[in-house]
Design a protein around this ligand. Structure first.
Ligand code: ZN
Ligand code: ZN
Length: 357
């Protein structure tokens, strides 16, 4: 809260309304699905409903808790408006709908409707969340390692004829058994021609006798997400398939090697992109190199072309270049990397040399 209040001061705000649940969890520890948090220079108050009375009492230490019968966000707006010396209250423009804002304004006295609430374009809490503390890093490390164990296990299941859905189901079942609260996004299992779809959902298609198979998956552990991708080969790859894989691997390793505190996200992206460009594969690399990961599967910073954000020790990002040739195949390799003072710590040490099954 201290760091957040310094940011509020710098932004000229006397308060902040937080309604994005991962932000609330980060600031106050509350994990329920209905809440709003109001922060002023000297107080913090969490509003939730009766279903969460016991849970809020157990989880929330950093704020006082109010149980309300109506919408928590409306109660939070009314409470913060009634506090002394609160003239401008920020909210994150990226997560509040126009309808929600109108509801908040409607709940305010007429004289405060125009001036009190201020949309903040640069999300203050997400900004803080970018740099993880030691406790968060320990959870992310454990989540990522659990992902690697799942990958090891799934290698024993993969063979021609097994359906993509069976592969996804086995991954998800084992993830639960290893302590995951859930998957951090819909598991991607894309084989053969479907591997050319960067976000190919698992289908009932059987794994082919010859072709790439992309597995992109992550688990949620104590609220934190893991994310990794490996592409393996069923059968024996032809020379062109092998060299395409080598190009992606080289690009991925170049970007991992570029990670260090002080380096811009754009430069990390360029490290991967320039390798693929050199192989004539620039057009086939159709997305960004990576993204931040933490309480949400996609969070700042964006590791993409031209991104000026500089990496700082404690940030956790993914490095996941890929190439996609419709009608042929796709290949992606993704690691989670924690930024350190002098480089990067790869959190997902699963093998990356092409596995042939
Ligand atoms: Zn992924
Ligand atoms: Zn990712």
């Amino acid at each position: 809260m201290g760091a957040l209040r310094r940011k509020l001061n710098r932004a000229g705000l006397s308060g902040l309304l937080v309604t994005h649940l991962p932000d609330i969890r980060y600031l106050a520890g509350f994990t329920g699905s209905s809440a709003a948090l109001a922060v002023t220079r000297h107080q913090a108050r969490l509003f939730t409903d009766g279903r969460y009375r016991a849970q809020a009492a157990e989880e929330v230490q950093a704020a006082k808790v109010d149980i309300v019968s109506g919408a928590p966000a409306v109660a939070a707006v009314q409470w913060i408006a009634a506090q002394a010396k609160v003239e401008s209250v920020g909210f994150d423009a990226a997560v509040v709908t126009v309808a929600e804002l109108n509801r908040w304004k409607g709940a305010l006295p007429a004289r405060l409707r125009r001036g009190l609430l201020r949309a903040v374009d640069e999300p203050l809490v997400q900004d803080l969340r970018m740099v993880k503390d030691a406790e968060e890093l320990a959870i992310l490390r454990e989540a990522a390692l659990t992902g690697c164990r799942l990958f090891d296990h799934i290698l024993t299941v993969l063979r021609p004829g097994v359906s993509e859905i069976e592969v996804a189901a086995e991954l998800e079942y084992q993830a639960r058994r290893l302590g995951a609260e859930g998957m951090s996004f819909e598991t991607i299992v894309a084989s053969g021609l479907r591997s050319a779809m960067p976000h190919g959902r698992a289908t009932s298609n059987p794994l082919p006798r010859h072709g790439f198979l992309t597995l992109d998956f992550g688990i949620i552990l104590r609220g934190y997400c893991s994310d990794m991708t490996r592409t393996v080969f069923l059968g024996s790859p032809k020379a062109g398939e092998r060299s395409a894989y080598q190009a992606v691997l080289e690009a991925q390793e170049a970007a991992v090697a570029a990670v260090s505190s002080g380096v811009s996200c754009g430069d990390v992206d360029e490290a991967a992109r320039s390798v693929l460009r050199g192989q004539g594969l620039a057009e086939a690399f159709t997305h960004s190199t990576g993204h931040g990961v933490g309480l949400e599967i996609h969070e700042p910073p964006r590791v993409g072309a031209g991104q000026a954000t500089r990496l700082q020790a404690g940030m956790v990002i993914t490095i996941e270049p890929g190439i996609y040739t419709p009608g042929k195949f796709g290949i992606r390799i993704e690691d989670m990397v924690a930024v350190t003072r002098s480089g990067g710590e790869v959190l997902t040490p699963a093998p990356k040399a092409l596995i042939e099954l």
